[in-house]
Design a protein around this ligand. Structure first.
Ligand code: FES
Length: 243
């Protein structure tokens, strides 16, 4: 087929189309490459680095690296698992993530990734940053304590909703998601029906008045690990979609 590209992931031959990323081609071949900021339907972003693989021996972010004929991709190795685990640990200590008290628990991709990668207590000191919660919107709230700066809400608002309700301000440790209004999220045109309102991987952008509608123990990752939908060849549900 014209444009078909063949390469290997952990020794398994995979085919894809020109223009696909390694992450997309892998998912179509039912190979799970852990990822957090990537999401099906959104433009590649490349910020979390959890999807790092080795391409011909060099580290590359699978969500932004295009496939090429004959490349040798290493994905599921002990070294890469350890590196991803450290990245996820850093995300945990950099924010304020208290899973037992978070409504997203069981549906949270960060928490699920920690479990999948075998994370125990983080080896790094907690930052305990002081961050604002924006509860000014009638139907949504933005809790920056749990934000991992994946930009899914920013991208979804622009690319899927045709709005610009969210953006980033600040630099380095002070970088955070901001609402596009001086009066906070409530002053924007963000709506609970927006795709951006559905797409947060953690408990940062959440809907009001639906907390705990699904009991703990019956949530997405309570019974199956993140990525198992891709490995089983099912259409990805809310999370982990990279196809
Ligand atoms: Fe690739 Fe985040 S950098 S999923």
């Amino acid at each position: 087929m014209s444009g078909e590209i063949t390469f290997t992931i952990d020794g398994v031959q995979v085919s894809g189309q020109a223009g696909q990323t390694i992450l997309q081609a892998a998912a179509l071949a039912n190979i799970y490459i852990p990822h957090l900021c990537a999401k099906r339907g959104l433009s590649p972003w490349g910020s979390c680095r959890v999807c790092t693989v080795l391409v011909n021996g060099r580290p590359q972010a699978a969500c932004i690296q295009p496939i090429a004929d004959g490349i040798l991709v290493e994905n599921d190795t002990e070294n890469l698992r350890a590196m991803r685990r450290e990245l996820v640990e850093m995300l945990f200590v950099e924010g304020n993530h208290f899973c037992p008290f978070c409504e997203k628990s069981g549906n949270c991709e960060l928490q699920a990734m920690g479990y999948r990668l075998g994370m125990l207590a983080p080896q790094y000191p907690y930052f305990f940053p002081v961050r604002d919660v924006d509860a000014s919107h009638p139907d949504l709230f933005l809790d920056r304590n749990r934000c991992i700066l994946c930009a899914r809400c920013v991208r979804a608002s622009q690319e899927l909703d045709g709005k610009h309700a969210y953006g980033f301000v600040g630099r380095g440790a002070h970088k955070h998601v901001a609402a596009n209004s001086t009066s906070g999220l409530g002053g924007t045109d963000a709506a609970v029906s927006d795709m951006a309102s559905e797409i947060c991987p953690v408990g940062s952008l959440m809907k009001k008045r639906v907390g705990y509608a699904v009991p703990i123990g019956q949530r997405m990752y309570d019974s199956k690990p993140i990525g198992s939908d891709i490995e089983k060849g099912a259409q990805p549900a809310q999370a982990g979609g990279a196809r």
